[in-house]
Design a protein around this ligand. Structure first.
Ligand code: KIV
Length: 273
């Protein structure tokens, strides 16, 4: 099959996976990592976690729409098959459904991605409906919503006391009823994520949630061992930081001892005649 014939997974394809084979997702912010992920995952999230992971910010709050569009375009260039979902950053959608439409249309037009994600439940339901009815596939995000960190006060897991569950259930139901095609559930008690998954008609994508969710997502750098501190819910599938440091150390030693570049890494004069 020619490269151009590969069909990308769409938001409706993900929506149709409710209750089926688990949906696999990871974050990526670059063309090269997107290329590595593309044939192994169902969707790639260009998460606003890029503010913390790539830029060393304390929170995702300062991330801008231009940052998301730049990295969204890179991930689209690096991939051919996975659905690409781009996060709407804090301040780009909360004011009104019209503001959300204007900015999410920019994201779709300028990156060519297939969907956007936004945080919030009941308070964002009207916006999710407005966007969904106007051709913008929306992934919801409930439970711990990191963009609200200044109001929440901490990144601790939510719903560990059953008495706290009602607003989280309402949030998930509201986003699902408003037309979202899937919903991320972040850092909540396992039985709460299980209950949400059983109650909503759209796929749930867990991160620090439950194996019962319809899919799972992790931040790529966290699972590769590139992030210095990771939440309890991250399983490390690699320890790349150590490998990178060892490679850099070997390169530095080679340069200092003039072992690099060797004869294989330089250009000789062309042979004449
Ligand atoms: O920004 C992000 O990477 C996310 C995931 C943690 C789901 O929203």
């Amino acid at each position: 099959m020619a490269d151009t014939d590969i069909r990308r997974i769409t938001a409706p394809d993900i929506r149709a996976r409710k209750g089926g084979e688990p949906i696999v997702a990871l974050t990526s912010y670059h063309a090269h990592t997107a290329g590595l992920l593309d044939s192994h995952v169902d969707f790639i999230l260009v998460g606003d976690s890029l503010g913390m992971v790539m830029h060393g910010l304390e929170t995702t709050v300062p991330v801008t729409l231009d940052m998301m569009i730049l990295q969204g375009r890179a991930v689209m260039r690096g991939s051919k098959r996975a659905l690409i979902v781009v996060d709407m950053p804090f301040g780009s959608y909360e004011e009104s459904p019209e503001q959300a439409f204007r900015n999410s249309a920019r994201v779709l037009k300028e990156t060519h991605c297939g969907a956007v994600k936004l945080e919030g439940g009941v308070r964002m339901a009207e916006t999710v409906r407005f966007l969904s009815e106007r051709g913008v596939p929306v992934m919801g995000h409930v439970g711990l919503t990191p963009q609200s960190i200044n109001a929440l006060g901490s990144f601790r897991a939510r719903g560990r006391d059953e008495a706290e569950w009602a607003p989280f259930l309402d949030d998930a139901r509201a986003v699902a009823d408003a037309g979202a095609f899937a919903i991320v559930i972040e850092a909540v008690a396992e039985p709460l994520a299980r209950k949400i998954t059983a109650e909503v008609a759209i796929p749930t994508i867990g991160i620090g949630a439950s194996p019962a969710c319809d899919g799972q997502i992790l931040v790529l750098e966290d699972m590769l061992g590139l992030s210095p501190r990771v939440p309890k819910f991250v399983k490390r599938y690699g320890e790349l930081a150590g490998h990178i440091e060892a490679a850099v150390k070997a390169y530095a030693a080679d340069v200092r001892s003039r072992q690099f570049p060797g004869s294989a890494h330089v250009y000789q004069l062309k042979r004449k005649g």
